[in-house]
Design a protein around this ligand. Structure first.
Ligand code: COA
Length: 337
């Protein structure tokens, strides 16, 4: 068995910055409400004509990650692409990235586990590396949320939270058993599927029926995201900590051994709550939701890349990544850097 290390990291966010103040032009909200409840000050959204799609932003982040790994696209053996906002209903965005990279016919797997998408993607990639199937895997999280949000006051509880962006890592084989991904876990609880969801269109409500409803009903159509915010919050704070402790236990380590916690950027209040419960200092938790909002599958690789770029993660550090989101799904990855 081999081990897998993160060899290169990259990120990309669209140029357009949307402040809380700008949102007040579209809906009844305020900078104060958004900051107090979520910590968010601004987010990046794609704009008409900038050419950004989920796959193309993933490509920009991936290109940077590959270069920083000292590799070329030809060295990549497999792609795992996490997103809830793919370019098309099908095929997935992973195959579009394969084409953009101009590489031979390597496999491309799409992962649809929403805010836990990157953790799911990383865990899957880790297994392919550990079993010796592949040497270098591109693991990408990318989202274009802004095109699917209800920007009227009706959608404000959800729409103020989400941002667009992409992050990527190159996961590579190593023989060093003490380095890289030490432990990981994945969980789900489908009974809460509709507590945070975009329902339509789907096989239960096909496009033709949605079109009929749009034409006949003025009512709220379920193709905008719905979130039971309070319930999500309460579950998130419990599951984050559980997943982190499970990973630490599996590796025979304790929370005192942790150097850095990179949470999925769901809500600053969630991160702060977990930080307190785990007894971590401010410099041991990476928060950037203030600048980017919640970018779902992209949030962990963007945060991880930023933390690494700033020098906050050094060789030998014990880093834990953890996420919770729609599904419900949750999980963690423990990494010796
Ligand atoms: N601006 C102003 N007011 C808003 C608003 C907005 N953007 N969104 C909702 N409100 C209003 C509500 O209408 C409600 O008004 P009312 O009391 O008159 O009915 C009031 O603010 C409180 O709404 P509520 O939904 O109870 O707020 P909350 O304190 O639960 O905060 C969240 C909402 C979404 C910030 C919070 O529940 C949360 O962060 N949940 C977790 C979300 C999350 O992490 N999601 C991602 C998971 S991966």
């Amino acid at each position: 068995m081999y081990n897998s290390i993160i060899k290169g990291l990259g990120k990309y966010v669209p140029e357009r910055i949307v402040t809380n103040h700008e949102l007040t032009e579209y809906m009844d909200t305020s900078d104060e409400w958004i900051r107090e409840r979520t910590g968010i000050e601004q987010r990046h959204w794609v704009q008409e004509g900038d050419g950004n799609t989920t796959a193309s932003m993933g490509y920009k982040a991936a290109k940077q990650a590959i270069e920083r790994a000292g590799l070329t696209p030809e060295d990549i053996d497999f792609i795992v692409f996490a997103t809830l906002s793919p370019d098309y209903f099908f095929p997935g965005s992973g195959v579009l990235l394969q084409d953009m990279l101009g590489v031979p016919d390597i496999g491309a797997l799409d992962v649809r586990n929403q805010c836990s998408g990157f953790i799911y993607a990383l865990n899957v990639a880790d297994k392919f590396i550990k079993t010796g199937t592949y040497k270098n895997i591109l693991v990408v999280g990318s989202e274009v949320h802004s095109e699917g949000l209800d920007l009227s006051t009706r959608g404000r509880a959800v729409s103020v939270i989400f941002g667009d962006g992409a992050g990527a890592v190159v996961l590579s084989r190593t023989d060093d058993r003490n380095k890289g991904i030490l432990a990981g876990n994945l969980h789900s609880q489908g009974k809460y599927a509709l507590e945070l969801a975009v329902k339509d269109p789907g096989s239960r409500m096909p496009v033709k029926k949605v079109v009929e409803r749009v034409n006949t009903e003025k009512d709220y159509i379920d193709y905008y995201p719905y979130m039971n915010g309070n319930f999500v919050f309460k579950n998130a704070v419990v599951r984050f900590e559980e997943a982190i402790m499970e990973a630490l236990n599996d590796a025979g380590l304790s929370k005192e051994d942790l150097d850095m916690f990179i949470p999925h950027q769901a809500n600053l209040r969630i991160s702060q709550f977990i930080q307190k419960r785990m007894g971590l200092r401010d410099d041991q938790v990476w928060n950037n939701i203030q600048k980017y909002g919640n970018t779902t599958a992209a949030s962990i690789p963007i945060a991880l890349t930023e933390a690494w770029e700033s020098g906050a993660i050094k060789e030998g550090d014990l880093v834990v990544l953890a996420a919770f989101g729609s599904g419900f799904t949750w999980g963690a990855s423990l990494i010796r850097w």
